[in-house]
Design a protein around this ligand. Structure first.
Ligand code: XLF
Length: 324
């Protein structure tokens, strides 16, 4: 494989000139640029990205840690971030942490050793590991520390909207299927839902799922789902979990929405694919992804930005699993 020495020799210039050309770190005449580029193409030279990152102190790569790549919300969000990152000249190094603190911490080491320019971490599970890293970080949903910006949807209000909608649709015996207690976002959704129920003096039955989506989610939660008795409305912590609940109820012959109305949370692409299509709370995935990457690039470029929480509006998306 050709190296920078070969390029310099073939082009008849010094190694420093080739390095200036490759890293855009100083003057190279147009004539020499053309010569070097021609040799690069002839020898099919591929620059060493890591060496370049160390030299220029900007690898133009962003580490993106998602907690669960099989959840449609996170694969949609990763695509949005990738698209905007590419537009701004950055590549993405995608890591799937599986909500596992050890995995996340290892990935954090890998990303640092690859000299990524910045990191976006969604639903972090090892906050202490970020205390002494000197790479810009933006967090999605988890509050890591007061030195790191958190971007999230207004989950609390989303929970309230979900309750109000089911209530307006006539539900009076509701169940809330909540996410694991360690998910800050779904805890906020629950609080919003339960506070709104309290205002109406309505008691809500709770079921807790222990993980985000897994292929065996239905089997794993079948016992708790069997507790679903005479309810007329269910608010599920996210869309993909709601999809498994719909599957369970349909197998039991329950008619949706006539007997039981269901709502999810996210407005991921699966809502439209389900039958009946899923009423949900919209998280503005496009805006969340774009905003997160924009903030990170501002930090990478040392721009002055306020270190605070950024909340994005949530809203109802009415579909077929609820009555009007
Ligand atoms: O972390 C929460 C739980 O699941 C996230 O926003 C999601 O709703 C994605 O499905």
């Amino acid at each position: 494989m050709a190296n920078i020495r070969d390029i310099a020799k073939e082009a008849g210039v010094g190694i420093a000139t080739v390095s200036r050309y490759l890293n855009d770190t100083g003057y190279v005449s147009d004539e020499v640029k053309v010569k070097i580029q021609k040799v690069i193409e002839e020898l099919n030279y591929k620059p060493n990205a890591l060496a370049r990152a160390i030299f220029t102190k900007n690898s133009k790569t962003i580490g993106l840690m998602v907690p669960n790549i099989s959840n449609p919300f996170f694969n949609q969000m990763a695509s949005v971030i990738e698209e905007y990152a590419n537009e701004m000249g950055y590549n993405i190094f995608l890591c799937n942490t599986d909500d596992n603190p050890e995995k996340e911490s290892k990935y954090l080491d890998v990303l640092q050793s690859h000299r990524v320019a910045g990191i976006i971490v969604a639903r972090s599970k090892c906050k202490e590991a970020y205390s002494n890293i000197d790479i810009p970080v933006i967090s999605f949903e988890s509050h890591i520390s007061d030195k790191i910006i958190t971007v999230s949807s207004d989950n609390y209000n989303g929970g309230k909207i979900a309750f109000d909608h089911l209530y307006q649709c006539g539900c009076r015996k509701m169940i809330h299927i909540k996410g694991p207690t360690c998910f800050e976002a779904t805890e906020d959704r629950s609080r919003g839902f339960l506070d709104a129920a309290k205002d109406k003096n309505l008691k809500i039955d709770l079921i807790e799922f222990e993980t985000d989506f897994q292929v065996k989610m239905l089997e794993e939660n079948i016992e708790s789902l069997n507790k679903i008795g005479e309810c007329d409305g269910i608010f599920v912590f996210n869309d993909i979990a709601a999809a498994t609940v719909i599957k369970f109820l349909r197998k039991k012959g329950v008619r949706i929405p006539e007997e039981v109305q269901i709502m999810g949370f996210d407005n991921s692409f699966i809502c439209e694919l389900l039958h009946p299509s899923l009423t949900t709370i919209n998280q503005p995935i496009q805006a969340l992804g774009k905003y997160t990457i924009e903030l990170l690039i501002k930090l990478i470029n040392d721009e002055d930005i306020e270190i605070e929480d950024y909340l994005m509006e949530t809203k109802l998306i009415k579909r077929e699993t609820t009555l009007s």
